[in-house]
Ligand binder design. Sequence first.
Ligand code: IMP
Length: 199
Amino acid sequence: MSAPQLWISTTNQGKLNEFRNLIGGSVDIHSVGELANYYPPPENGQTFTDNARIKAKTLKALKPGAWVIADDSGLEVDGLGGLPGVHSARYAGPKASDGENVAKLLKMVQIRSAANRKAQFRCVLVAYDPAGVEHVVEGVVTGTIATSAKGKGGFGYDPVFIPEGKEQTFSELGIAVKNQISHRAKAIRQFMSLIEQST
Ligand code: IMP
């Protein structure tokens, strides 16, 4: 039997690498980067699930009959009332770089929540199977915000997130360790068992 085809709604290379690593070779993976007629929809939902659903539905319209999946994810800092949350990609402004977002986060935690640095990454995946049925799965990894950026690997807030039980940031720990424990890894493992059940 041929490998099921899966279309992923992200152009974020860091996320795509993680998807490819975590899903492996049993699935024929494609991304929206290959589609000339794909235009990213506005991510104006109130929750990760809303935004993942918006992206997954846009892709489903272009690829009916295939598995499609969209990820929406972000960092929630307890002492900042859950911010940056759904605003993680644009925390320091609409076109902010990862470095600018990290700098703003460190500053806000220092001002508002220096004594309580607890945080979690959350990842929601919304998928549609070839019959058009929706599936929603979620993964969370808890940890703390470091006092400064450390390490070179990964993307986004990886240089400032220390997962619970470890002493280094996701950037320092590297992709192999991150892929065992991350929010995205947990969500993708649940998604993979859905695909396996259906094939
Ligand atoms: P999205 O593309 O709208 O889901 O934006 C997610 C944003 O959350 C990213 O741009 C990062 O800033 C942050 N983020 C999500 N997952 C991770 C991760 O695994 N590591 C670091 N930052 C992440």
